[in-house]
Design a protein around this ligand. Sequence first.
Ligand code: ZN
Length: 269
Amino acid sequence: MAWCPFAKKMELQPESDDQPAIRPTQFIVHSIVAPWTPERTYEYWRTTNLESHFGLGYDGSLGQYIGTQTRADANAAANRRADGTGAVSLESASNLKASDPWTAQQVETLIRLGVWLHQKHDIPLRVCRSPNDPGFGYHRQFAAWNPDAHACPGDARVKQFHDVVFPGIVARATGTAPGKPTTEPYPGAAFFLNGTRPALGKRSPIFTAMGERLVAEGCGRYKVGPGPVLGQADVDSYEAWQRKCGFSGAEAKWPPGRSTWDELRVPNV
Ligand SMILES: [Zn+2]
């Protein structure tokens, strides 16, 4: 039974003694749909048959209720499998719709805990590729973990998981660059416009990164470049990409929209 050294231990009984052992191979994150401290989450678990291993407050404070080598009941089929493997689970404070992003303090603790789990239990540094695949994931990722089809942990946090939390765990565990987002966040429509027209002549390294991705997707309309100065070829290429994404008519026109931008996954520059 393993207890995280930077979590406040609040052992949940009788579950901690009664539930079977697991060999932890996954880490699955949740939003608890309440703005609760780890202490408040502990009080809630005492009233139910459910529980997570960890609770994470908005201020980054971490509580642990069950050892990581004991089954906890937050992820359906992933709690414990017939072969004895199972998932470590964490519930994080959120608003009542689980629509808010994690705070910077929560992101920091998630990264720190992910590194600890990797080092302590050899959870591999990859995003789970299937319900039984060892690695890191989030509740709604697979129906086997989430038979009730909760949105948990919410759209904003799923994006943070991919862009900040998981890359941060990898970076810190391997001693490479600090956890910087791997993709450029959507800069907003105004970034691409001068009034209502394309901001031709505007200079930004984002345009080079964008253009290289458009070429990779088979949408490049460049005779030269792409480069950092926005030109008509960028506009034509991006409009080709928006059509490839299923948009047509006015919806496929410049400026880039958020959904096609996120889909393009422009590298962070
Ligand atoms: Zn959940």
